[in-house]
Design a protein around this ligand. Sequence first.
Ligand code: F6P
Length: 319
Amino acid sequence: MKRIGVLTSGGDSPGMNAAVRAVVRKGIYHGLEVFGIYQGYSGLIAGNIKKLELGSVGDIIQRGGTILYSARCEEFKTEEGRQKAIEQLKKFGIEALVVIGGDGSFRGAQKLTELGYPTIGVPGTIDNDIPGTDFTIGFDTALNTIIDAIDKIRDTATSHERTFIIEVMGRDAGDLALWAGLAGGAESIMIPESETDIENVIERIQQGHARGKKHSIIVVAEGIGSASEVARKLKETAKIETKVTVLGHIQRGGEATAFDRVLASRLGAGAVDLLLKGEAGLMVGVQNSEVVAHKIDDILTDRHQLDKQLIQLAKELSI
Ligand code: F6P
């Protein structure tokens, strides 16, 4: 194997650049040529591919976003689209790939392996919703962005004795909400993995009021619905006035934390190691601080499990 390609796909996440850097530098260290595929699978189909040198990935370890750009590509899901992609891989002499992204990206990675192009997946998403790894690249940075926002909102919530509802991303997963709620001392956390009925939220607010505490923070995972809906229910059911903040895409940007940079470096390099060993169709992850590999087939059929002990801890500490 002489030439490998690397692409980022799906929703970008801070630390993807550090992962690209690791793939490029680790590849070059081992005598490979590394090609950057721009705009994910769309760029692969279009042949938007350039050779990357050591300097191409200089000064990017800290940067949010992805220098390779990202896209969600419908065409690659078709036979015709994949054939066009294969033609481009042949044209550039690329023999194997590293795909950095979430589960949608891994479905594409699996197809490439089936078509004879060994591909390794690297989990990059702020959602932390991929099984087979304790953390995905970008989760820690997004979490810290949320915590920064919660801390600021708490200042004004306390001054005005208000209840704030903060909606965070995560798609169907509650990891961001749970970790942020725990780290931000939220009074209630609403996540898809554990049912929190509105009566329970009201009860907690009212208990706080009875103790003389008139402010509270409710963190809502987007997977359970919208913060405005929760606000409407609180008003209708218990006449509780709230302020709503939807953090949105701010959670996807910003300089990667040290944790994400190290994670991305380990996983990016780990992916190249696997390719050098002749492996294919695997996702590299980190479990119990060790770099591990799992079959992408298993990753696509398994479900990511939220830590139940954290859910219980958050309940016990937010009384
Ligand atoms: O998967 C990452 C993520 O940011 C989710 O948390 C969110 O639901 C989704 O992507 C938003 O996607 P888009 O940027 O396409 O609106």
